[in-house]
Design a protein around this ligand. Structure first.
Ligand code: S3P
Length: 168
């Protein structure tokens, strides 16, 4: 029994699918953005605006390392940018956690993401931003993933079932 980590782009459904998978497996869920907001008492957007992206990424690394170090097997919904850091990718590869990459067509992501909220990177030209981010991140998701699950044309429940089938 090891941690199950969901990675993938913003809007792919990591938090929703993570909740369903955690409930099914009766495991705790660590959602990195939520952990950061609980710890700091500030929203992702506030941290980003006041302290900048680099400070946010440090908090992201802290929460990932902490979640991976928990002794009880959990489900970890890692924020989309978690793969950007070498430290995070090494941590994901060097534990025995199962890393599942949730993959979606760009059009599906564009349809799902909303302006505002906890995604300052998408404030301007969300479609273009998602495309640029995906180009950079695709090889990084590849690098850490043990399995890939497509979310296109599937409900969150169906995605959760597919994750459980492949990886739990
Ligand atoms: C980000 C993804 C967001 C949030 C922040 C940055 C990213 O989380 O951490 O806006 O760089 O991909 P979700 O992946 O949960 O949307």
């Amino acid at each position: 029994m090891t941690h199950l980590v969901l990675v993938g782009m913003m809007g792919v459904g990591k938090s929703t699918v993570g909740r369903l998978v955690a409930a099914e497996l009766d495991r705790p869920l660590f959602d990195s953005d939520e952990m950061i907001e609980e710890r700091t008492g500030r929203t992702v957007r506030e941290i980003w605006a006041t302290d900048g992206e680099a400070a946010f990424r440090e908090l992201e690394t802290d929460t990932l390392i902490e979640a991976l170090a928990a002794p009880e097997p959990s489900v970890i919904a890692a924020a989309g940018g978690v793969v950007l850091s070498d430290v995070n990718r090494t941590a994901l590869r060097s534990t025995d956690a199962r890393v599942v990459w949730l993959l979606a067509d760009l059009a599906v992501l564009v349809d799902r993401v909303r302006a505002g909220g906890h995604r300052p990177l998408l404030d301007e030209d969300p479609e273009g931003a998602l495309r640029r981010l995906y180009d950079v991140r695709e090889p990084l998701y590849h690098e850490v993933a043990d399995a890939v699950v497509s979310v296109d044309n599937r409900s969150a429940h169906d995605v959760a079932k597919a994750v459980l089938r492949c990886c739990a």
